[in-house]
Design a protein around this ligand. Sequence first.
Ligand code: UN1
Length: 499
Amino acid sequence: MALLGSKTFQNYIAGEWTDAASGETFESTSPANGDAIGTFPLSGEEDVNRAVAAAKEAFEEWRLVPAPKRGEILFRFGELLRDQKEDLAQLMAREMGKVLAEARGDVQEAIDMAYYMGGEGRRLFGQTTPSELRDKFQMSVRMPIGVIGVITPWNFPIAIPSWKTLPALVAGNTIVFKPATDTPTLGQRYVELMLEAGLPGGVLNVVHGGGGTVGETLVRHPDVRVISLTGSRETGVAVLKAAADGLKHVHLELGGKNAIIVLDDADPDLAVEGIIWSAFGTSGQRCTAASRVIVQRGIYEELQGKLVAAAEGLRLGYGWEDDTDVGPVINKRSLEKIHSYTEIGQEEGARLLTGGEVATGDGLSDGFYYRPTIFGDVEPGMRIAQEEIFGPTTALIPVDSFDDAIRAANGVKYGLSSSIFTRDVNKAFRAMRDLDTGITYINAGTIGAEVHLPFGGTKDTGNGHREAGQAALDVFTEWKSIYVDYSGRLQKAQIDAAE
Ligand code: UN1
């Protein structure tokens, strides 16, 4: 497989592969064992400006390509992703660290999105409505907006770029794409496959480099009309402010502090499986990860014992090895942040039940591994129960009642995903109504969103927009309402109609 051995890569601007104007580069290395993966251009303002100019020029032609044709390119992209699924998953296990089963799922999510948005090429539905006047026709249609800045994170290095780029492209926009600096090779493969699928030059430009330079220039560039970002709350706020002067549309997906509620009547083994999968899958580095488990007291002891045993049975290792359950975390900074929360939890008086340390030995010392960590007897207001840790750490919060559980679940600033395990249908429906999140699961964990429903959250998780589903199209299109009067007279709405 052409994965081993580090390679040098370039930006893709105006249909050509090119170095950063400065000639500077940065390295991508594996969080699993430190292996070099690739060398990439460390781009700056000049590179972004060229990419935006290319995207702006390409827009004039791309917006006129019939949407079904645009959709066909997306469909071909889905086919290519499907053919390359295993190679991409292997590369992802190396560059990002997640275990193969999840890496395959990440690619599958992009395949799903490619087929789904490919089909949008023949839909992109608007509305027709009757007019209040005679001999008058009216409809609303979706129009592309122009150049879109796409800034993606490293935790879903293939899936998240697909959530942003594919609806944007099928709607007729052009893109400047900045992949995460921790996973540039996957960003590069993504673009290569899009080109292979038949995307014309200039429609999708990739500029590698940091958020402070490439990201910031994109956000401030007057010709970029929409910014779509998945990242931290702090970055989201900074992007909103920077984009305000240009009145850009900003779409933000900023993380969560997701809770699983387990009521006394729940199936404990099912709940344990859901919690382990949601808390420690992708080493807890999902926006949707379950970093809180709110447990009714009648089932607390049993659940805690089973969870600790299950967490201790998880095997840490390289993501590409079949028997690995939990891979590394993304980098040293992240490892340190995760560990600092273990210290915070202990200082706050929560009980460390298992984990709480960096894992070393057995070939792990060259990577960034953290033991699956569970805190017990956590109070809802503690920092470990309030702040996003983005690692394999979860907090068990005992509560007396269903109402207390809902209150605790909603008592955080984020609102992405939530879940409840119960066999009481009335409580399940109340939870569906009362949990203040963009996504709610019944008798499943907090992860596992599918591409044809909206993805995103309430409160500080975002700014009211959604990815995926039909909702994604709202981010990347403007509605245009069109009125056609075929009466041959000047008819006045609201005035003639009132007669
Ligand atoms: C994310 O963590 O940013 O539902 C995305 C899920 C995945 C997507 C997560 N399908 O967990």
